[in-house]
Design a protein around this ligand. Sequence first.
Ligand code: NAP
Length: 360
Amino acid sequence: MVKKYKVAIIGATGMVGQRFLTLLDGHPWFEPVALLASARSAGKKYPEAVGDKWAMSVPIPAYAKSITVLDAEKDAEKLVGKVDFVFCAVNMKKEEIKALEERYAKLEIPVVSNNSAHRSTPDVPMIIPEINAEHLEVIAAQRKRLGTKRGFIAVKSNCSLQSYVPLLHPLKRFGLKRVAVCTYQAISGAGKTFATMPEITDNIIPFIGGEEEKSEQEPLKIWGTVGNGAIVPATSPAITAQCLRVPVTDGHTAAVFVSFEQKPTEEEILSAWKHFAGEPQALSLPSAPKQFLHYMAEENRPQPKLDRNTENGMAVCAGRLRKDNLFDYKFIGFSHNTLRGAAGGAVLLAELLAAKGYFD
Ligand SMILES: NC(=O)c1ccc[n+]([C@@H]2O[C@H](COP(=O)([O-])OP(=O)(O)OC[C@H]3O[C@@H](n4cnc5c(N)ncnc54)[C@H](OP(=O)(O)O)[C@@H]3O)[C@@H](O)[C@H]2O)c1
């Protein structure tokens, strides 16, 4: 790719925004030129705006130090003609986020979003690039609805399901019938660290607002089909989920139980995982893991501490595949929630959009 696309990050001071900042430092295709957040941060240089909320293990990238943060709501027009698209990860009310993202799209600035606000909008594609790249087709219908030529919104899915949907996907050929999943989710998924969430130390919180509904419903949109300018969700498998917040910094774990129409052998499951690859691998996108799904044979893996950075946090790990008494099989899934599950997944989606000409 010859052209370098200019990008802005909306929500740049947040947990996901900080990941965007570090992932885009030296990115071969994308150059961050503007950073936006709330009115609280606007007008300040980025290091002052983010202050002690900076939670990455590396320092603030040099390019960001001299950038003055803009107000995402008031300064949208300032980006027109200056950026090719924006990444968006903000903590606002759903209706406010919907309006904000549509506003940017209508200014002909494509939006690649981490927010959940538009995930159920039928003509907004919700993409895990290895799984449903073909859903990008629906953007044509969305542009028609919005009255735009370039502007559109594309979203990535919730972080919880990144730890099990990619592992179930290659098994669809055996007819996924029923899935039960329990997720053990890191505190960075709530935009928190141990310093800002002291109540999680020595504890588990058995409720994450809205997470179980997303974990059960979003996979069906991802496995849906494009028809009449909308994504028509799949009607199976039946999925039930429980989501718990656990004292882990980064990385969501999932305990998964699954039944099939035609029960595969363990070897067939392992082979399906080993040989699975999608468009990011075929197109050699810069952030694509070489091997998307990693099976770990040791019985005490995957673990957040040991495995969160597998393939720069962009791979999905699995372990402990075995037969089950009530379902056919059970296994453990794992993925990095702010990398594959949030900013990294969005950067990979943007790379897919760029490779397919959606930003031109
Ligand atoms: N953390 C994860 O693993 C994860 C995974 C997937 C999706 N997400 C989603 O990503 C989004 C951001 O999550 P996060 O964890 O990064 O949240 P966060 O750490 O709380 O950051 C929120 C960001 O939103 C900005 N913001 C708040 N109100 C705003 C307003 N009125 N106008 C413009 N910007 C505003 C904040 O700016 P100020 O600093 O100026 O207040 C900050 O930059 C959420 O929708 C979340 O559901 C998060």
